[in-house]
Design a protein around this ligand. Structure first.
Ligand code: MG
Length: 333
C-alpha cells in the first residue's frame, strides 16, 4: 500500500489582531496535507505550528512534506512526529475512525478579555448560554485584577465556573499573592501561572500546586508528546491543557493521560477548521471527565471558510460532521 501525499500552504489574516504575552498575531501560517490511498479514499490533516513553541517553522514543515515526493509508505508514519505527525495521523483517521463511543456534545468555555472589558463580555456570554469562562490575567496591575476578580465572580450564577489564564506572566511572589486570594474563591483552576522557561519553573510549579488549594494547569509547559510524559513522571497533581494539534501522536499521548487518570482540558491551538475537526474528535473520544473545552475562538479568520464551529455554549458531534474541511482545502487552490 502507498499513500499519495499532497500539501497546500496557507497564510491567513486574522479578523482582528490577537494580543498575547508573546506579541501580536496578525496572520496564521501552516500547511494542509492530503492523503489518498490506492482505493481512492482521501483524508485531510493540518500542521499549524505555534512560532514561539519551538516546533519548527512552516518552511521546515513544508520541506518535510516535499521530501515524500508525493508518495509515502504508511509504515513510515511511526517515524513522523510533531505537527506533521498530527497532520498525517488526522488525515489517515478520516477514513479509519478509532473504535470507542464518542460523546454527542461537549461544553465550550467562553474566553473573556483581559481587564475590565471582561465584565461586559461575561454578561453577554451568560445571556448566550455559556456557563464556563476563562479570563486572561497577568496583563494589568495585580491589585486592579484582584478587585475585578471579585466583581466577576459576583456576576456568575451558581454552578458557573471561572478559570484564569496567566500565560506564564507571574513570578513566584505574584503567583503566591494570587493563590492566597483565590483560596477564598471558587476558581476552577489557574493556567500556567509562571512561564516554562523561567528558572526552576518545574520545581516552582510543583511547589505552588502543593501549597495552595486552587488547582493549577499546565499549558505552555506542554508543547509536545515528550512534555506530557515528563510531567506525568514528575507527578503533576493539576490539570493538563491539551492542544491536540501540538502532538505528533495524540492517540499515544491521550492514552498515557487517561491511564494516569489525569484531569484534561482540551483546547484550540488556533488552527483552521481542518485541524479543529480532528482535535475536537479527540475531545469527544476522551474517556475521562470532559470539562468545557477551550474552542470558543471562532470566527477567527478574515476568510470565514477556514473557521471552525462558531462559538456556542456546546459543540455537538453533528456540528463536526457538517464542517466543510474540503472547502478550506479548495479555497487554497
Ligand atoms: Mg492557556
Amino acid at each position: 500500500m502507498e499513500w499519495r501525499v499532497s500539501h497546500r500552504r496557507y497564510a491567513l489574516p486574522l479578523r482582528a489582531v490577537l494580543r498575547t504575552a508573546r506579541g501580536e498575531w496578525r496572520a496564521r501560517e501552516g500547511l494542509f496535507l492530503r492523503l489518498k490511498d490506492e482505493s481512492g479514499r482521501t483524508g485531510l490533516g493540518e500542521a499549524a505550528p505555534v512560532p514561539w513553541f519551538g516546533m519548527g517553522d512552516v518552511d521546515t514543515l513544508e520541506a518535510g512534506a516535499r521530501s515524500w515526493e508525493g508518495r509515502m509508505d504508511p509504515e513510515r508514519l511511526g517515524s513522523v512526529g510533531g505537527c506533521l505527525g498530527f497532520a498525517l495521523r488526522s488525515a489517515a483517521r478520516a477514513w479509519a475512525q478509532p473504535a470507542g463511543a464518542a460523546r454527542e456534545h461537549v461544553a465550550v468555555a467562553a474566553l473573556l478579555p483581559a481587564g475590565r472589558a471582561a465584565l461586559a463580555r461575561v454578561a453577554e456570554r451568560l445571556e448566550a448560554g455559556f456557563r464556563c469562562f476563562k479570563w486572561k490575567v497577568g496583563v494589568e496591575a495585580v491589585a486592579d485584577e484582584l478587585v475585578l476578580l471579585e466583581d466577576l465572580l459576583g456576576r456568575l450564577p451558581g454552578g458557573a465556573k471561572l478559570r484564569l489564564d496567566a500565560n506564564g506572566a507571574w513570578d513566584r511572589r505574584t503567583a503566591e499573592r494570587w493563590l492566597d486570594r483565590c483560596a477564598e474563591y471558587p476558581v476552577e483552576f489557574i493556567e500556567q501561572p509562571v512561564a516554562p522557561e523561567a528558572r526552576g519553573a518545574a520545581d516552582l510549579l510543583l511547589g505552588l500546586a502543593g501549597d495552595y488549594p486552587t488547582p493549577l494547569a499546565l499549558d505552555e509547559s506542554l508543547v509536545g508528546d515528550g512534555d506530557v510524559e515528563r510531567w506525568i513522571g514528575m507527578g503533576w497533581p493539576g490539570v493538563f491543557v491539551v492542544k491536540p494539534a501540538l502532538f505528533g501522536d495524540p492517540a499515544t499521548v491521550l492514552g498515557r493521560l487517561a491511564k494516569a487518570g489525569a484531569p484534561v482540558v482540551f483546547s484550540s491551538a488556533l488552527e483552521t477548521v481542518v485541524g479543529a475537526e480532528a482535535a475536537l474528535r479527540w475531545a469527544l473520544a476522551w474517556p475521562g471527565e470532559l470539562r468545557a473545552v477551550g474552542f470558543g475562538v471562532w470566527p477567527l479568520f478574515a476568510d470565514g471558510r477556514f473557521d471552525g464551529p462558531a462559538a456556542a455554549p456546546f459543540i455537538r458531534r453533528v456540528d463536526l460532521d457538517r464542517l466543510q474541511t474540503e472547502a478550506a482545502w479548495n479555497a487554497l487552490s
